[in-house]
Design a protein around this ligand. Structure first.
Ligand code: C2E
Ligand code: MG
Ligand code: MG
Length: 394
């Protein structure tokens, strides 16, 4: 315990060194260089004492600034401990050229190599330390109810009916306000408990909507991570989480982004096949943005492909994006899987994806992701909506 806390203290101290203001570090390095020079003179000159203390400012500069700091510090040390320092101060004898050249070479090679190696090691330790701190903070946020799910409607693009929803995580941070996933999702996905928490919340919330609003067919999508696919227990956990609620496995769609699957395609395929056997549907999210779109579609069990918003955003007649969207929709038709277009913001974009044969979509044209109670009111609203208007419930 005491060992841990002293570890933490030293990491914090080294972190402070790397983080503190550049001007302070430059001042410290310059001060140490001057002090080293004066000390060498005070002790009688470079022939009396080898001025090893010059390594201190070189190491400090290298640790703080990397090569950009170590080089100039080593060069300054070479000058100060070389031509500017007499061999013997009292007699005023200069040093041999070969002495200070060799010393300068040592300053450069040893000082630079050691300081840069320490800096890199420190960066690894600090990055890990910071990641652990951020994850602990997220765990605390989960326990204190600061993490919540918002729901974005997935609509029938012909008549605007809500046919489903995608659950999207948000962090209501006590000081920073409502944070989007981009701010914390990498850490969130690393928490073993995060996907279980999302699925548990979704099962309870959407199961409640189904009961209160007598929805018969409604699917809710949850994003899962590569981390989840590497854990074979996901299918059993999903079943256990859904069992006490009114949400059936067939109401749940698990979305996997292309980049998430990259780690191990065979393992991912096995986990997804087991999930599908349990009744859930599988969507490939952000289709077309990864490195192996076709391999995923070929090798993974897929029910739905989601066209990424970067393509929808650039949809103009005759544009490359239109060709890509048409090809992806065509691919889904050939494979006999569903297709959802993401990021529809304008009526023109809606009309274009419909023209190419996509029947479902989501985007700000219909609604952004909203808190659960607001989504339930949207679902319950009786009035019909034209395409591109706020959608109505089935
Ligand atoms: P995604 O799964 O592709 O989700 C769609 C994202 O597009 C959401 O961003 C949504 O708010 C945004 N969006 C929807 N319509 C539009 C539109 O018309 N225009 C634009 N510009 N954007 C639109 P969000 O909520 O910031 O989520 C970002 C990503 O974070 C998600 O991308 C998903 O990969 C990840 N994510 C969100 N929630 C979770 C979660 O619970 N677990 C995991 N593992 N990942 C999550
Ligand atoms: Mg998604
Ligand atoms: Mg997406």
């Amino acid at each position: 315990m005491a060992e841990h806390s002293s570890d933490r203290q030293s990491t914090r101290a080294l972190g402070t060194l790397l983080d503190h203001h550049a001007a302070v570090s430059i001042g410290l390095v310059a001060g140490l260089l001057v002090a080293s020079f004066l000390l060498t003179l005070a002790l009688g000159g470079a022939h009396r004492v080898a001025p090893h203390w010059f390594y201190a400012p070189i190491l400090l500069a290298g640790i703080r600034f990397g090569l950009a700091g170590a080089f100039p510090a080593a060069a300054a040390a070479t000058l100060l401990a070389g031509p500017l320092t007499p061999g013997n101060v009292e007699e005023g004898t200069p040093q041999d050229l070969s002495d200070w050249l060799v010393r300068g070479l040592f300053f450069l090679v040893i000082g630079v190599a050691v300081s840069v190696a320490i800096r890199q090691g420190l960066q690894v330790v600090l990055t890990d330390h910071r990641a652990r701190r951020r994850r602990a903070e997220l765990r605390r946020a989960l326990a204190h109810g600061e993490v919540e799910l918002h729901y974005q409607p997935i609509v029938d693009l012909d008549d605007g009916r809500i046919v489903g929803a995608e659950a999207l995580v948000r962090w209501r941070h006590p000081t920073k306000g409502l944070l989007a996933p981009v701010e914390f999702i990498d850490d969130f996905e690393q928490l073993d408990e995060s996907t279980d928490w999302v699925i548990g919340q979704v099962a309870e919330t959407v199961g409640g909507w189904k009961e209160r609003l007598s929805l018969d067919r409604f699917h809710v999508a949850v994003n899962i991570s590569g981390h989840d696919l590497g854990r074979g227990s996901l299918p059993e956990r999903v079943e256990a989480l859904l069992a006490p609620t009114a949400l059936a496995p067939s109401d749940l769609c698990l979305e996997v982004t292309e980049s998430a699957v990259v780690q191990d395609l065979d393992e991912a395929a096995a986990t997804l096949a087991a999930l599908r056997l349990a009744g859930t549907t599988i969507a490939i999210d952000d289709l077309g943005t990864g490195h192996a779109t076709l391999a995923y579609v070929q090798r993974l069990p897929v029910d739905i492909v989601k066209i990424d918003k970067t393509f929808t955003a650039e949809l103009r007649p005759g544009s490359p994006s239109e060709a890509i969207v048409a090809a992806l929709i065509g691919l889904s038709r050939q494979l006999d899987v569903g297709c959802i277009a993401e990021g529809i913001e304008t009526e023109d974009q809606r009309a274009a994806v419909v023209r190419h044969g996509c029947r479902q979509g989501q985007g700000f044209l219909f609604s952004p992701a909203v808190p659960a109670d607001q989504f339930e009111r949207m679902l319950a609203a009786p009035h019909p909506a034209a395409p591109g208007q706020p959608p109505r419930a089935r």
